[in-house]
Design a protein around this ligand. Structure first.
Ligand code: T1G
Length: 690
């Protein structure tokens, strides 16, 4: 008997429990053990039905994703689990799957190989394989349409979003919603189906009517631009309507193998584990970090409001302060308005709206707050005054955080008597939405404070990445190098819209110039002036955005920047900017899309290598996750440094050296990049010992 599988009997019903913490993944030994246990129980004369359930917080949550790297590397054969699913389905006695938690991927596929499914009320069920660059590989694309119909199955497999148990029951994917005791209800259900013909999912063809999936394909091409697996998933589901089951399974296998050995799956699995790895920072104190049970936000502008919403959304009461009563009143109205927008979209109900608004208290006391964060103007003197004041008012041990995007944490900490509790929490706008939270560690920030910030990030549903205290921290500094090249390309004669188009085609969520318009060109302008001393002698720096700001063209907030924004119309390139560019001296030429991508990406990678070398980011995976979760870098390319490894560091270094030779000091090759190339190493091997 497998170590992962336990069997017992309850009055003629066998109960088989899968126990492979933490998520009952289908690791080697689990599917085989389950098959053997089902066959052994079915052979018993005192068993008339079988219930399968999962121990812990969830039923099977999928294949063991760690195995795919081994299969890709040829360390392990890709063992199809279809024979296991077929063996379950062919069991001569009814098999009832008692499911709870997150029944995902291979977990749902095994559940569908059962004859019936009984689900706990809060269960989520889905085929999220496309989020790993894969498609279902144990018959999901063939059994799911047989239970819910082709159109719904195609949508579920293409977008990978799970559905709730109630919807699954309505669709026919779940046969019963359990009460408080899932196992008891599942055993009771099993008793009720003893001796009746068992419906093998593969034989249920009544819902297999062909459905037009063209609209879905268009939606996928728009929303999941560049990704291959979603379209493959649709193709596999569509085949279920026209091929016999076993041929459909073979068709699915072919498409699955193509995806598994493609670069997008490797990149997306890198991101899956990377998002979890960044939260594991070596050297932090053991033990449970301090919990933030109550928070406070000082400064109630757009960022302060977003941060307050992030706390309220996570169930954390938050007091909010501002030096203007009007700002407080306006801020509360704007927050309520945003929540009402979510209600209108069906993402929130009104009861939850009221609960969240009630958690935000204007002018509340900060004396009991476990964490106080300031989000006042990006002005050093003002922030120091605020820090000094909250240091007096906050309770001993409370964390004092700043949302600064460019000022020194150490400098702000020196305005307090508790530097060990001072930390940067760099939220990205809109703070209640963006997943990235840069956790900026000052030289005197205590490990306990860092650990508490990482725990808070997870509680807020964000991806916390710890970075060092230096201008621009990690993300903005690297992103600035990438945007610098985009601006220089425009000054050299490439149309701005061509620059943005090349990079959105590459997979960036937005073009770098459009991002400037969105964030406000004046923000960068202010930072450039504050950090003018950091410019390198002999470096080439674009002038265009300074010229635009001098004319008040800040982007969307002023109606024009790189583009002109007119209500209800698609933004158009700003003729006034094109005129400014045309009047600039120097070589005029139009770069190809390929050059735009390779030049901006080489600049990004080179700066990232400098940030790693300086220890501002600890690991390449930290940079990858910063860019995937905070800067719209395509996850299916794995993040900038995973992409660089795929591109080839030698080619990147050649590009950097060529540009440096063109007497631009900003293109000085990063020492780390030169070392890796010299040693024939990749970023993925850098500091792998961490
Ligand atoms: N395989 C291996 N490890 C997994 C795993 C998996 N499927 N899911 C989670 N883990 C690890 C994770 O790395 C972390 O490890 C720990 O479990 C807790 O995870 C053949 C091809 C289930 C909703 O895509 O969505 O089936 O960091 O922090 O927030 O057709 O994990 O502790 O060392 O995320 O409670 C399809 C992926 C696979 C589900 C739980 N299944 N997992 O969230 O915990 S492909 C998925 C999740 C497949 C078949 C196809 C979430 C979760 P560590 P966690 P959580």
């Amino acid at each position: 008997m497998s170590e992962f599988i336990k069997s017992s009997r309850d009055g003629g019903v066998a109960v088989i429990t899968i126990d492979n913490p933490p998520v009952n993944a289908l690791s080697p030994g689990v599917p085989e053990g389950l098959r053997d246990a089902i066959q052994a129980e079915a052979a018993r004369s005192d068993v008339q039905a079988i219930v399968v359930t999962g121990a812990g917080k969830t039923f099977i949550a999928g294949a063991d994703i760690k195995e795919f790297a081994k299969i890709r590397a040829g360390e392990r054969p890709r063992l199809s689990l279809n024979p296991v699913a077929n063996a379950i389905e062919d069991c001569p006695k009814p098999v009832v799957m008692a499911v709870h938690g997150t029944v995902l991927g291979g977990g749902l596929e095994i559940a569908m190989a059962g004859h019936y499914r009984v689900a706990a009320p809060a269960t989520k069920l889905g085929q999220p394989e496309v989020k790993l660059g894969l498609i279902p590989g144990i018959g999901g694309t063939q059994r799911l349409p047989r239970l819910v119909g082709v159109a719904k199955a195609a949508e579920m497999c293409a977008f990978g979003e799970p559905i709730a148990a109630a919807e699954a029951q309505t669709l026919g994917l779940v046969d019963r919603i359990a009460g408080a005791d899932l196992l008891a209800d599942a055993v009771d259900f099993a008793r009720s189906v003893r001796g009746v013909p068992r419906p093998r999912t593969r034989d249920r063809v009544e819902k297999l009517g062909a459905a037009s999936l063209d609209a879905l394909r268009q939606q996928v091409r728009r929303r999941l631009r560049g990704q291959e697996a979603p379209l493959a998933a649709i193709e596999a589901v569509e085949a279920a309507a026209r091929l016999p089951f076993d041929e459909g399974i073979e068709f699915e296998r072919i498409l699955f193998e193509q995806c598994l050995h493609g670069s997008q799956s490797k990149a997306l699995i890198h991101v899956f584990f990377g998002e979890r790895a960044v939260g594991k920072v070596p050297g932090l104190p053991a033990g449970t970090p301090g919990e933030v049970r109550e928070a406070a936000v000082i400064g109630f502008g757009t960022m302060g409001q977003g941060i307050a919403m992030a706390f309220a959304n996570a169930g954390i009461p938050v007091s909010v302060r501002d030096n203007s009563d009007q700002a407080l009143a306006r801020g509360m109205e704007e927050i309520r308005g945003r929540y009402q927008g979510a209600v209108a979209k069906g993402k929130l109900d009104t009861a939850e709206l009221e609960r969240r608004v009630a958690r935000i208290t204007p002018l509340g006391s900060i004396a009991e707050a476990d964490l106080v964060i300031e989000a006042v103007d990006e002005d050093r003197a003002r922030k120091r005054v605020v820090f000094s004041a909250i240091d007096q008012e906050a309770k001993p041990g409370a964390i004092l955080a700043t949302n600064t995007s460019s000022l020194s944490i150490d400098d702000l900490a020196s305005a307090t008597n508790r530097p060990r509790e001072v930390i940067g929490l760099h939220f990205f706008s809109p703070a209640q939405v963006m997943r990235l939270l840069e956790i900026v560690r000052g030289r005197r920030t205590a490990g306990e404070t860092v650990a508490a910030a990482l725990q808070l990030a997870k509680r807020l549903g964000k991806t916390g990445v710890v970075v060092g205290d230096a201008p621009g921290f990690a993300g903005n500094r690297i992103y600035h190098a990438y945007r610098r090249e985009a601006c220089l390309l425009a000054e050299e004669g490439t149309p701005p819209e061509a620059i943005d188009a090349a990079l959105t085609e590459f997979g960036m969520a937005m073009g770098p110039l459009a991002v400037g318009d969105l964030a406000g060109l004046d923000v960068g302008w202010k930072i450039r002036r504050a950090h003018a001393d950091l410019r390198l002698d002999g470096g080439r720096y674009p002038q265009i955005e300074d010229l635009m700001c001098e004319r008040g063209w800040f982007g969307q907030k002023t109606g024009s920047g790189w583009y002109v924004y007119t209500e209800g119309q698609t933004p158009i390139p700003n003729p006034a900017v094109l005129e400014l560019l045309g009047a600039m001296d120097g070589l005029r030429r139009v770069a190809s899309a390929g050059e735009i991508v390779s030049r901006t990406m080489a600049a990004l990678v080179n700066e990232a290598a400098k940030v790693l070398d300086e220890g501002i980011a600890a690991r390449p995976v930290d940079v990858d996750i910063i860019f995937v979760t905070g800067y719209g870098f395509p996850a299916w390319r794995g993040g900038p440094l995973h992409y660089a490894d795929e591109w080839g560091l030698t080619a990147i270094l050649d590009q950097v050296r060529q540009r440096h030779a063109g007497s631009d000091a900003v293109w000085t090759p990063a020492p780390l990049l030169e070392r890796l190339v010299k040693q024939g190493q990749t970023f993925s091997e850098f500091r792998a010992e961490l």
